[in-house]
Design a protein around this ligand. Structure first.
Ligand SMILES: Cc1cc2nc3c(=O)[nH]c(=O)nc-3n(C[C@H](O)[C@H](O)[C@H](O)COP(=O)(O)O)c2cc1C
Length: 195
């Protein structure tokens, strides 16, 4: 079975992303065709990147914290980024994590779940461009959580739960079906390459 890494890209106190992470991981696991892990960037506090570009020394990391993060990324066959939108971009902590690594993401698909005034669409579009630089395959089908859901979650204490997110399940299923296709196709192609 292929391994999917769900990346929680918000680390701030009181983050909305926790409810999204619980929902996405549970629903992806329920399919039974992926091994699903959660990568919470809170568990990987890294210094601001200030080294030589990792592309020049693939998988060689002096910092054990970066090496630990890189191993988790490397072990995955595909990714789902949970995308908070900050000032029309994605989070600085995600960009920093990306800049610390490189080849681990290569030739693997990435799908996006975003939230915010336009469902994180602006931040997701930026991430699609960045994903290409990492030679990832950014996927079309995304989940956009809009302010109606965020407002309702706030009124219930802050987190979106599976009942509030239920109308978005068909979108998540479409994302997951597409991710399954690309994960299989690219894993097959990668394994043929190393033989
Ligand atoms: C620094 C900052 C900037 C923000 N900028 C935007 C924005 O440009 N567009 C938007 O839709 N929401 C914006 N928001 C609101 C976020 O969508 C909202 O706070 C959301 O909960 C962030 O995700 P998180 O709680 O998981 O960090 C911003 C929030 C913060 C903290």
């Amino acid at each position: 079975m292929h391994r999917i890494l769900v990346v929680n890209s918000s680390t701030r106190q009181g983050r909305f992303s926790d409810g999204i992470a619980t929902w996405a991981v549970q629903r992806l696991k329920e399919r039974g065709d992926f091994i699903v892990d959660l990568l919470d960037l809170r568990d990987h506090p890294l210094p601001f990147f200030d080294d030589t570009p990792p592309v020049y020394h693939p998988r060689e990391y002096a910092d054990e914290g970066v090496a630990r993060l890189a191993r988790q990324i490397d072990a995955a066959d595909g990714y789902v980024f949970l995308v908070a939108e900050y000032n029309h971009g994605y989070t600085a902590v995600l960009k920093n994590a990306l800049d610390h690594t490189f080849v681990e993401w290569r030739r693997k698909p990435v799908a996006f779940i975003g939230w915010g005034n336009v469902g994180g669409a602006r931040a997701i579009e930026q991430l699609r461009e960045v994903a290409v630089e990492f030679e990832m395959a950014p996927l079309r089908h995304a989940v956009h959580v809009l302010p109606d859901v965020m407002r309702a979650a706030r009124e219930r204490g802050g987190q979106a739960d599976s009942a509030l997110l239920a109308p978005l399940e068909p979108r998540l299923d479409l994302l997951a079906d597409d991710l399954a296709w690309w994960t299989e196709a690219l894993a097959t192609a990668r394994s043929a390459e190393v033989r």
